[in-house]
Design a protein around this ligand. Sequence first.
Ligand code: F0G
Length: 451
Amino acid sequence: MNDNLHQLRCFGCGARISGADAQPDFRCAVCGDLFEVEYPGWTERKGPDRPNPGALKWLWRERRCSSEALDHSGVWRFRELLPILDSFGNAVTLREGNTPLYHLPRASKALDIDQLFAKHQGMNPTGSFKDTGMTAAMSVARERGFEWVACASTGNTSAAMAAYAARAGLRSLVLIPEGKIAWGKLAQAMDYGAFTCQLQTDFDGCMRVLTEIVRQSPIYLLNSVNPYRLEGQKTPAFEIAEAFDWNVPDHLIVPGGNLGNSSALGKGFREMRELGLIARLPRISVIQAVGANPLVRSLAEHHGAKLDPVEANTRASAIRIGNPASWRKAARVIQDTDGCCIDVTEAEIAIAKAELGSEGLGCEPASAVTLAGLKKMRARGDVASGDTVVLVLTGHTLKDADYTIDFHRGELLDKEETAGHELEIDTLRRNAVAVEATPTAVLAALKGVCE
Ligand code: F0G
């Protein structure tokens, strides 16, 4: 059976090519922009390839009880909406997706938003949302017979790629900025057997080097410029819609780094609406760190028509990106859904992360920008009390334990960054204390906390 119904369309000039004709750097030969996967059979109203929304909803629910391995993946469970492989038998899966959607009672109360949820993508097999995209693009790499795959990364992409390459029996090359990624992520790439190069540059520099490498050798590029990554990363949109019984939330709030994730989720919602699975789109907003905010600037200064790269700097190392590849796609998603794009400070990120932690939901600093951004949006009146809001938490707290420990020890932020937030930070900090190894001493220490 041939499951493949896709072609690639250039996001810039609209040129269409077959998937097999893409250049190694996934840039359009005509205008240099990125491609998007499209499914021509879906546009013909009564065509044989156009999915039937009622049947799909039923089928996807049924698959939750299926014994077939592919149905256990929260990505391939929705495979009718990602027909990118000649055979689904080539799918490389680690049972990604199907991540939890948690209510946030404390933040909900503090912000007076009753329906506030977190979609925790950090609960994926390698601890980040990248797994949903990696299962899709790695499957294409395997089907097309590549032996080597590669990515530049701030850490999570490399962890996911290394794991999926290992499962697929492929070799993987990782380029990371030296000293600028969290240890947990580097450890994963090593553990899964990647050939890891630490380059003395930033993420944007690693990306430039890798683009040249894939032009010169038969290595398959697995950064989110690869449009198949985004096909996998659109599936959490399906999970969210399904969780709300196909009534979408009013707002979806996503962190922004290289801007593949916001683009992918936007595509997922757009396709569901086009196919009649949902009636409207959520407003999709993207949050960046103040020190790595090129999209915020682009939208404020050029209405999203032009992006000036910035020299990125933030402790949320996953989103320390100054020249994001998918900025045009993300700008379109924000504009089409009437979302917003704002930035948050280092202190706001650290506080939001600790607040999520105090709800029992650990996450990476890059994920916590969503709650920090929501607070600002609420204060500005962009979000109403009766709105349903979903924060996309992108990575697991254990990815970057150093950040968390530094925060609780009071060693993360400098005085200038803390200014005006001292009280909030003091109430959230929970440093470990050294206590003599006797019950009396522990109880005495506990008394101090209870008073
Ligand atoms: N959150 C986490 C935890 C990430 O790892 C990333 C990106 C983002 C948010 C931003 O998502 O790039 O799609 O806008 N990490 C990439 C990496 C760049 O290499 O792991 P984006």
